[in-house]
Design a protein around this ligand. Structure first.
Ligand code: ZN
Length: 281
């Protein structure tokens, strides 16, 4: 089965580098990624644009727009990018720079970071961005749920915030990243209420293959996620596989998601839904 990884990283972020080295034990480099993709039959990855200027501060309040992938000078050809947005400097110039970047073939969406930046997803300042998303038919990925930083402002990252946003912008597709974990049921309700809301299953575990297999064997852990996935029987048309690499090794994480999702939906979750949502070919 051909697989698209709809949520991974390829940015020079201190915490990702440290996690790769000592927690998930992956080779966080273009070479490492190529090896893992080959082993797991992943043909394409969608990288979430993010940058940090000072160590241990991501996404950085001082980063310029748009935030891109900057782990190495050459980005592997099969890695696409969702442009990361810093709301603190989303001025006229930034919007022009963002729109210019949309001419690049590898740009397939946007990524915003409530929970890190303390701005509501429906704040007026994002309106020009959502207009771009609508005009160019590009999805907006919204970091939701727990944060991977030392200061998480969870009031901003709750998936329920996306309900109002999705209702007010029916022409824009939104993705609840991490399915809002740990607010999976809340995310399921928002998915059910809005045809324009999707969710990815990236980052439900952070760790090495041993940790993934231990959690996969814990019935309560698996069933807690499955409970949200069966809330609405149409949800599998809107669920995307993603790893959050380098926070986990790819192959064991694919096997974990395969265990969560009924087999008849694998093709949609691992490939078709991402192909359609990101207009890939
Ligand atoms: Zn991520």
């Amino acid at each position: 089965m051909d697989i698209i990884d709809a949520h991974m990283h390829f940015s020079n972020i201190t915490r990702f580098i440290n996690t790769a080295k000592s927690i998930s034990k992956v080779d966080y480099s273009g070479k490492g990624l190529k090896n893992e993709f080959l082993k797991s039959k992943v043909s394409m990855g969608i990288g979430m644009g993010v940058t940090e200027l000072s160590e241990k501060t991501f996404p950085d309040s001082n980063s310029s727009n748009p935030m891109k992938l900057d782990l190495e000078d050459n980005i592997p050809e099969n890695i696409k990018c969702c442009l990361g947005i810093n709301p603190f400097s989303l001025n006229k110039q930034a919007l022009e720079d963002i729109e210019n970047e949309l001419q690049q073939d590898h740009v397939v969406g946007f990524k915003i970071y409530p929970g890190y930046y303390q701005i509501e997803v429906y704040d007026q300042l994002y309106e020009p961005l959502y207009k771009l998303a609508q005009d160019y038919d590009l999805p907006v990925i919204i970091h939701s749920g727990d944060t991977y930083s030392f200061r998480g402002y969870f009031e901003y990252s709750h998936p329920l915030k996306i309900n109002k946003l999705a209702i007010e912008h029916p022409e824009v597709n939104y993705v609840i990243a991490h399915m809002g974990n740990p607010w999976l049921m809340d995310a399921a309700l928002v998915l059910s209420n809005n045809t324009n809301v999707y969710a990815d299953l990236a980052g439900l575990i952070v760790g090495d293959s041993k940790k993934i297999s231990a959690l996969s064997d814990q019935q309560v852990f698996v069933e807690n996620i499955q409970r949200a996935l069966i809330y609405d029987d149409k949800v599998y048309q809107k669920i995307l596989y993603g790893s959050d690499w380098p926070l986990v090794p790819i192959k064991p994480y694919i096997n974990f998601i395969k265990k969560l999702v009924p087999k008849q939906y694998h093709k949609d979750v691992f490939y078709n839904n991402a192909l359609r949502l990101f207009n890939l070919r």
